[in-house]
Design a protein around this ligand. Structure first.
Ligand SMILES: [Ca+2]
Length: 243
């Protein structure tokens, strides 16, 4: 349970069940870090409140901005064997790929991670010229697959900070579309069928971090500049601010 509470002289969100109370299981990489497992790399978490025995192998980043990040997707076109991100709705729900290489953790896990507390999002990127940058959002949430009057896995996002511009605000409030399920806002185009990666398409996108490698479609677009990408990583962690 998350409380807004006085901690270190400041109003902060305090998780009373943050894995420091002697429990041996962790719901996310932040709780693993609290338990002393502070190395980067694959690790086991128990993200599902309704299925507390179900384990998920995830990638943890315990370095960036203090660590505690659970990586939800990684793209990197330098790997010898690249994962195909043209996948069905069910595949995006369950997740695919290898946490040691490129992967998508799955919308069920992303929903569980971001629904159990307030979460922030950190996106690291490298463009095809080798320029690196980031985008940070103080709030990131993915709704359930079946929620009354809400499109499946609807994404909500907060205020942006960063160096590559705000590519995600355009997608705020959109449901998730895949090659076999059109939940976008375009009546004339099936965005996921056209661009193949599963994403929170609108009509169609400013950012697509699941779109195909090497095509210019794998892209982060801000007001001033477009970044065709070669690498990207999205990761979430429980927020420690009350705003
Ligand atoms: Ca459409």
């Amino acid at each position: 349970m998350i409380y807004c509470d006085e901690k270190d002289g400041m109003q902060q969100l305090v998780d009373k069940e943050d894995g420091t109370d002697g429990r041996s299981v962790a719901r996310n990489c932040k709780e693993l870090q609290n338990q002393g497992m502070d190395h980067d790399g694959p690790n086991i978490i128990y993200p599902f409140p309704d299925h507390p025995e179900t384990i998920v192998l995830v990638l943890c980043d315990q370095t960036t901005q203090g660590g505690g990040w659970t990586v939800i997707t990684r793209r990197d076109d330098s790997y010898d064997e690249l994962t195909d991100f043209a996948r069905t709705f069910e595949e995006y729900a369950a997740g695919f790929g290898d946490v040691n290489y490129d992967f998508y953790i799955g919308n069920e896990v992303i929903h569980a991670l971001t629904d159990s507390s307030l979460n922030e999002l950190w996106v690291t990127m490298e463009d095809t010229d080798g320029v690196t940058g980031y985008a940070y959002y103080q709030y990131f949430h993915v709704a359930a697959r079946n929620e009354y009057l809400i499109p499946p896995y609807m994404m909500g996002i907060g205020i942006y900070e960063g160096t590559f511009g705000d590519g995600m605000d355009y997608h705020n409030g959109q449901g998730f579309s895949t090659i076999d399920q059109d939940n976008d806002d375009s009546a004339s185009v099936d965005c996921a069928d056209k661009y193949s990666g599963g994403w929170w398409y609108k009509a169609c996108y400013r950012a697509c971090l699941t779109c195909p490698y090497g095509t210019g479609l794998f892209l982060w677009e801000s007001e001033d500049i477009d970044y065709p990408l070669s690498k990207a990583q999205m990761m979430v962690r429980p927020s420690t601010t009350c705003t």
